[in-house]
Design a protein around this ligand. Structure first.
Ligand SMILES: Nc1ncnc2c1ncn2[C@@H]1O[C@H](COP(=O)(O)OP(=O)(O)OP(=O)(O)O)[C@@H](O)[C@H]1O
Length: 231
């Protein structure tokens, strides 16, 4: 469904990605792990069109994305929840959800019922300001806003970062539900190993701008893989 083929990415003279290739299959959860600063977020930004690549190719459902701006990628069915969530603190929960309509045809501009089924707290807080929500609730809002666009691929950058364990469980449950019942492909970047071990159909490990491991979730327990994850 998503194919990233041998991409390289630079910030000025500094190379952040060195020939990275990954595949994401439909109706699956793919996790990318690695220490701080190894290039995980850069790879996601390249996929969603926020950062240009210097070489290599990215395709989605067989179409080349390389020259497409971020909004075309969103319309093609790729939704992105950035690290830090980037919700609008002074806008209400309802207004935050509505910002997801930008990539959607006017007749589809409503909140899919599954958003409130997965995250009931959003329904009860529709009138509250985004900035009044806890970190975990903001993460749920950011995922809800991404789902408003009815994506085929959901891209999440560290969805568990700074979030209390009970909400991490809710988010894990939601990801599993979206894969199994809505047929979504989910690509997520994480530092939280247990979260990936429980959820992932496939894992990649990055180190210094390269993919150094590809395998199933159980492969994360191998010592030769672990050494790229321990600080
Ligand atoms: N906008 C930028 N300008 C210059 N260098 C950057 C920029 N963004 C990231 N980098 C550098 O590129 C490298 C990869 O960063 P990236 O954020 O992709 O890593 P990461 O694995 O996602 O780390 P983290 O978990 O800390 O977000 C790092 O050395 C980082 O300092």
């Amino acid at each position: 469904m998503l194919s990233v083929d041998n991409i390289s990415l630079y910030y000025g003279a500094a190379q952040a990605l060195r020939g990275v290739s990954i595949e994401v299959k439909p109706q699956s959860v793919t996790c990318v792990l690695g220490r701080n600063g190894v290039g995980k977020s850069s790879m996601l930004r390249a996929i969603v069109g926020h950062q240009p690549v210097a070489s290599g190719a990215i395709s989605f459902e067989g179409d080349a994305l390389d020259r497409k701006p971020a909004y075309d990628r969103a319309r093609a069915g790729i939704a992105y929840v950035p690290q830090g969530r980037e919700i609008f603190p002074l806008m209400s929960v309802k207004e935050n959800l509505a910002t997801g309509y930008a990539a959607v045809k006017p007749r589809d501009r409503n909140v899919p019922p599954e958003v409130f089924e997965l995250f009931p707290v959003l329904k009860s807080m529709l009138g509250r300001r985004g900035g009044d929500l806890s970190g975990g609730q903001q993460q749920q809002l950011a995922i809800g806003r991404a789902l408003v666009a009815r994506p085929k691929l959901l891209v999440l950058d560290e969805p568990t970062e700074g979030i209390q364990p009970s909400i991490i469980k809710d988010i894990g449950r939601a990801i599993r539900y979206l894969r199994d019942h809505s047929g979504l492909a989910i690509l997520l970047v994480e530092q939280y190993l247990d979260f990936c071990r429980e959820l992932a159909d496939h894992v990649y490990v990055m180190d210094r701008g390269e993919i150094v491991h590809s395998g199933d979730a159980a492969s994360l327990d191998r010592p030769e893989v672990r050494r790229f994850l321990t600080v």
